[in-house]
Design a protein around this ligand. Sequence first.
Ligand code: NAD
Length: 299
Amino acid sequence: MRDVLRLSRAMTHKCVLLGLPAGGGKVVLPEREGVDWPGAYHYLGEVVQRLGGRYCTGPDVGTGPDELAFVAERTEFVTRPDPTGPGQLADATAEGVFAGIGASLRHLEGEEDWSARTIVVQGLGAVGSRLAARLAAAGARVIGVDLDAERAQDVGRELDIDLVDSSREFDVPCDVFAPCALGGVLHDLTVPRLACRVVAGAANNVLARPAHGDALHERGILYAPDFVISSGALIRGARFQLEGRREPVAAIGEHIGTTLSELLEVARQEGRPPARWAFDEAEARIRKRRDRAVDGGTP
Ligand code: NAD
């Protein structure tokens, strides 16, 4: 429950920082023995439908096209990667992370210089495998890792990238560590082990606590706030739901890259950790929206 509340807030922060006229929300379906999954997803669809469009749901960890097909039997307010939908959401996320890694490297050194970079991608699932392919195509050396050893071998073979054993990824000297698995992977035990200069990836809520963003800053490691760099799918889904159009992935990458560059620059000028700056800025914008709404204006 705590994780889903953090995720909801992260979605709201993505919306306000990327300029989308929406807020955030998330759903969690607790796993219990004997759950009738089709029934659970049908019920979720009914609840979402009752909200009449104020909330739109979509894919995330553990909920893919098969599960969303059940949801879609009960509501129109679901974003699905089918031919009538907004297009592949993981493509949009991976492109945003790729652009964000580029923006982070330019911020540090003035250029991406992909062929001189080593990038560790943690998690080779929907987003991580796409990101690894994009980075390898740009000329970077990619080192992948996945808890699922078979998946790691398959992706490693397909993309011809190096692999590292699970849990060793934090020790690999590299330019960029790209967390694309689950949240909370950077904590008291892993931050001191990192041997990178940038942390930039797709996973939501990468930092176990905000203080871990400060710890990265103190170690001289640039942290690209997750609620900016991982917003590709949200942008694509929201544009489709709100405006009925398919946002091209290149435009999404550019939007995220530019937003992140500006944010990193202001944080540098103010001498603050980027994650702190971005969090405070998002909260300030939410307060402004709320005040405008209370005054009778458009939120
Ligand atoms: P996914 O389930 O397809 O892939 C996750 C992969 O990470 C799996 O292959 C899993 O085996 C692996 N993994 C889990 N824990 C690991 C660990 N400790 N070490 C190494 N590998 C591990 O999920 P996804 O859709 O690729 O999403 C990845 C992350 O990005 C999630 O945190 C998700 O919330 C976030 N995200 C995804 C999207 C999207 O468009 N799919 C959008 C925004 C954010």
